[in-house]
Write a protein that binds this ligand. Sequence first.
Ligand code: FMN
Length: 347
Amino acid sequence: MHERIIRQIRRLILELVAKSGFLCSVYYAFRSGSFRREHRGVLYGGLKHLKEARDPSAYRYILRRNIHLLEKGLLMRTRRDAFALDYIEETVACYTRTFEFGRASPELVSELELQWASDVLARYFEVAGPHPTVDRLRDRFGAVRATAPKRGPTAVPYARGDAVPSPVEYENLLELARRRRSVRWFLEKPVPREMIDRALAVAALSPSACNLQPFEFRVFDDPELTQMITAIPTGTGGFGHNIPAIVVLIGQLHAWFGEEDRHLIYIDASLATMAFLFALETQGLSSCCLNWPDLKPQECKMTGLLGLDPGERVIMLIALGYPDPQGLVAYSQKKPLSELRSFNNTG
Ligand SMILES: Cc1cc2nc3c(=O)[nH]c(=O)nc-3n(C[C@H](O)[C@H](O)[C@H](O)COP(=O)(O)O)c2cc1C
């Protein structure tokens, strides 16, 4: 009886509050602190983004985004003579300082990424203009590029081509997807790091908003550390002790400035995860994603153990290893196509 009254009061409150975004904010301000960590993470990430705009060791997101925008400008079918005028100065400055920084600390700057930036900028200055801003920056950029070593093929937009058929047949992919199931029982056998790296090489090719790739796979294969990590989330009860390796997938909120993009860490990291899982499976390794609930005790433990800042959010964990052939796997029937999709928003 008592329970029923409480539930009814709760329903009435929610009915009232759910009518407006403002009331929801008031509700959460007083009723629950659930969103506080996310709010702090988003603001902290935005602040870090602004600070990094002045830090050549940390420009990567700004450079990546701007070079991505330039590539999009270059591949437009009706390309404008002068585009990117509002960010080309920032891009050249960012490239120049990253280049100089890379000379002093080569281990902190990806050569391939710098070459991509350089090649795209070079192509931009080949085709853009005339315009006073473009012309002024062309020489400045040219002087830096002239001193840059050239490695590998030119990294600029290229014609897609249609001659090469897909190397993977649909049936193979379907079979791989059927074979990948969440596995919770693993053999007591170390996972070779090269296999994890090979799977990550596939994951790295996943799409991400503005190609920012705002995530990091922190892999643990040391038995003691693995057990410490495995014990933190809530969803490993009963099988956590037999997990030979675990990934903590971290989203980096400082890839953007604004809160409107806060969801992208989850999308981008999840897309990479799916590719990672498939790539593990092709090598005979299995996996199980593990939920990361936004709960204070768990957040505190993980943040402390991994040394995360508030803008680095755990997205999920991924247990992996050689599957135990005797271990049972849930059947996990999938929903039918009729529930999965609609065309033109009709039933
Ligand atoms: C984001 C996410 C969180 C998950 N969390 C857990 C978890 O905490 N514990 C667990 O045993 N399985 C977890 N799973 C695995 C799901 O239970 C599993 O994917 C689902 O039942 C479908 O089964 P399948 O992966 O074999 O297709 C998680 C999966 C995802 C994608």
